[in-house]
Design a protein around this ligand. Structure first.
Ligand code: HEC
Length: 217
């Protein structure tokens, strides 16, 4: 390399480096929770202007956003919520993340936090009680949205669509702990068992059936 070439490379390098400056990421702007000298309350976070609603946040559909219609909790899932496997799987995932630490993976109120002495004057709720088995789905949606007694609201952490997913999964959990043999379609029973076991299974089912009836007496 001769002297001229070296100089050319050096010059080119200098040219490129001169383009490097930090203006782009050191812009004068306020981050959330920054202190601000501009506003009287020194908070960079600004509250909504009264009487305004951000675009896309007009929540007119009470059934979907409040779990209620005509002042009553919804007893079925609102239009637009399709209860299918995808919703249940999503609900399961969200439930295990947000609810199971207190409520346990079964929803029986035996989560790790409850076990490690968590106490808010009242024990963590158990979804497997007669009262909650009969509760309309809108109530569960409402508990997630607004909290319940000692339990905080999860509205900031769980989006409405996912709340419905959790509600659907709560119903599945309830069924998992309290289903009568006749809730299982006969063809499903035979699918789940090898052919030879079918007779025994039928007998067991009949036995369980009469046990359930006895327990209900
Ligand atoms: C930090 C612990 C905690 C977490 C996490 C939690 N809960 Fe609760 N939950 C409670 C407590 C405590 C109660 C009982 C409140 C009371 O009776 O005052 C309760 C009660 C309930 C009840 C019973 C309401 C009734 O009518 O009796 C339901 C349903 C419920 N929670 C659902 C949920 C769901 C769904 C989630 C997840 C999105 C969740 N909880 C997350 C602590 C928690």
């Amino acid at each position: 390399m001769n002297k001229q070439q070296k100089l050319a490379i050096l010059g080119f390098g200098a040219l490129i480096l001169s383009g490097c400056n930090t203006d782009m990421w050191r812009q004068p702007k306020q981050e959330p929770l920054d202190e601000s000298e501009f506003f009287a309350d020194h908070a960079a976070n600004r509250p909504l202007v009264p009487g305004t609603i951000p675009r896309g946040h007009l929540r007119e559909d009470d059934a979907f956003f409040a779990g209620a219609a005509n002042g009553k909790w919804l007893d079925g899932f609102p239009d637009g919520v399709k209860v299918d496997k995808a919703l249940l799987l999503r609900g399961q995932e969200r439930f295990n993340i947000y609810c199971s630490p207190c409520h346990g993976r079964l929803g029986d109120g035996q989560g790790m936090i409850a076990h490690r002495g968590f106490s808010l004057k009242r024990p963590v709720g158990n979804i497997h009680t007669d009262r909650l088995r009969k509760m309309p789905v809108g109530h569960f949606y409402d508990v997630i949205t607004n909290g319940y007694g000692a339990m905080f609201s999860y509205a900031a952490r769980v989006e409405p669509q996912d709340r419905w997913g959790i509600v659907a999964y709560i119903r599945a959990l309830q069924l998992s702990q309290y289903a009568a043999p006749q809730d299982v379609p006969a063809e499903e029973v035979s699918k789940a068992l090898p052919a030879g076991d079918l007779g025994a299974a039928k007998q067991e089912t009949a036995q369980a059936d009469s046990n359930t009836r006895l327990a209900q007496k």
